[in-house]
Design a binder for this molecule. Structure first.
Ligand code: UT7
Length: 328
């Protein structure tokens, strides 16, 4: 008997209207368009300007569109997992805020925290729930990165943008779907990429605010090296475990943190440019939204049966690779 697996049956995304260009960043910090383009590949990113809106509002927009596209009604949803590094609040969790904003009363929801690998982790967890009996699971990545960026720090403010994107998971009848995942993590990474204050170790005080400890801190060069090594090793492992050669893969869907990292990973496997999904130039690094945002943009070009490898690296450190056979 064929093992029950989950497949993606729909994908939708949301990006805010405001476009923050490299030219505008030049007026804010000592940087320039050429440096940003050549070092990162980013040309512009989207920013949620409305201060009354949060990650959940972007997540809710993506989920509403997903329900519309798939023709699924909110009361059919068994589970909604929200991956985010920028929850609306420390608690309650953002998944349940999204569920409320969309009108989902059935089933349950929870938030999952794995920084830029959040979507990959959440997709794997969501798939496991489908494998054990749930029928309709939504996985959404939503991040208002602008809420934790110091727009006077040129080393981080050029990198990130705001967005969300979501997928529907349902049981697969035809062998397509999420076939395997290699997920890894190493807490040594907590020293190189973090938001210091706001948790139980350093609760908010006047000092933490004055010292800008509620913003992202990153040692870029160290993260860069770990990112390439991590993604390459998990892609290798997932290929080996499934007796696949790199030629068997139609699409590489990498986390969009830096064009040089994406090229570094793709080159290790000789993946030609045409097989690699890249939209970093338009959105920058949207943390948990990068991978589903790519799937959303490429949806029309995907064919049933295509083998996709999704790969990510993020704070923690967390990283991994997922192999899936596109289902529609
Ligand atoms: O998604 C989560 C995981 N995160 C990542 O994967 C990000 C990994 N890291 C990176 O993408 C890159 O390390 C960065 C894009 C963050 C930085 O690029 P880099 O090539 O590693 O630059 P660097 O930090 O080595 O800095 C090179 C120079 C420095 O000047 P000096 O010391 O050589 O004089 C920086 O001060 O570039 C300078 N610099 C800038 N110059 C203009 C740093 N940021 C900027 C800037 N504009 N925005």
């Amino acid at each position: 008997m064929r093992k029950k697996i989950a497949k993606i049956t729909g994908v939708a995304g949301y990006v805010p209207d405001y476009v923050l260009t490299n030219a505008e960043l030049e007026t804010m910090v000592e940087t320039n368009d050429e440096w940003i383009r050549t070092r990162t590949g980013i040309e512009e990113r989207r920013i949620l300007k409305d201060k009354s809106k949060a990650s959940s509002d972007m997540g809710a927009e993506a989920v509403k569109l997903l329900l519309e596209k798939t023709g699924v009604s909110p009361d059919e949803i068994d589970l909604l997992i929200c991956a985010t590094a920028t929850p609306d609040m420390l608690f309650p969790d953002t998944a349940n805020v999204i569920r409320d904003k969309v009108g989902i009363k059935s089933g349950f929801g929870f938030e999952l925290s794995a920084a830029c690998s959040g979507f990959l982790y959440a997709l794997t967890v969501g798939a496991k729930f489908v494998e054990t009996g749930l029928k309709k699971v939504i996985v959404v990545g939503a991040d208002k990165m602008s809420s934790i960026i110091d727009y006077t720090d040129r080393t981080t403010c050029i990198l990130f943008g705001d967005a969300s994107a979501a997928v529907m998971l349902e049981p697969s009848e035809d062998g397509t779907g999420i076939l395997d995942s290699v997920l890894e993590s190493d807490g040594v990474g907590r020293n190189f990429l973090y938001q210091k204050a706001g948790g139980s170790l350093h609760p908010a005080t006047q000092e933490t605010v004055a010292n800008k400890e509620h913003f992202i801190y990153q040692e870029g060069r160290t993260v860069f090296k770990y990112a390439i090594n991590g993604m390459v090793s998990s892609i290798k492992q997932v290929l080996e475990q499934n007796n696949l050669k790199k030629e068997d893969v139609q699409w590489l869907v990498p986390h969009q943190a830096n064009m040089r990292i994406i090229n570094g990973v793709a080159n290790m496997f000789d993946f030609p440019k045409e097989k690699v999904m890249v939209n970093i130039q338009k959105y920058g690094n949207t943390t948990t939204a990068t991978i589903p945002l790519c799937l959303w943009e490429w949806e029309d070009r995907l064919n049933k049966g295509d083998n996709l490898i999704l790969t990510a690296f993020g704070g923690g450190f967390t990283w991994g690779a997922t192999l899936l056979k596109w289902g529609y």
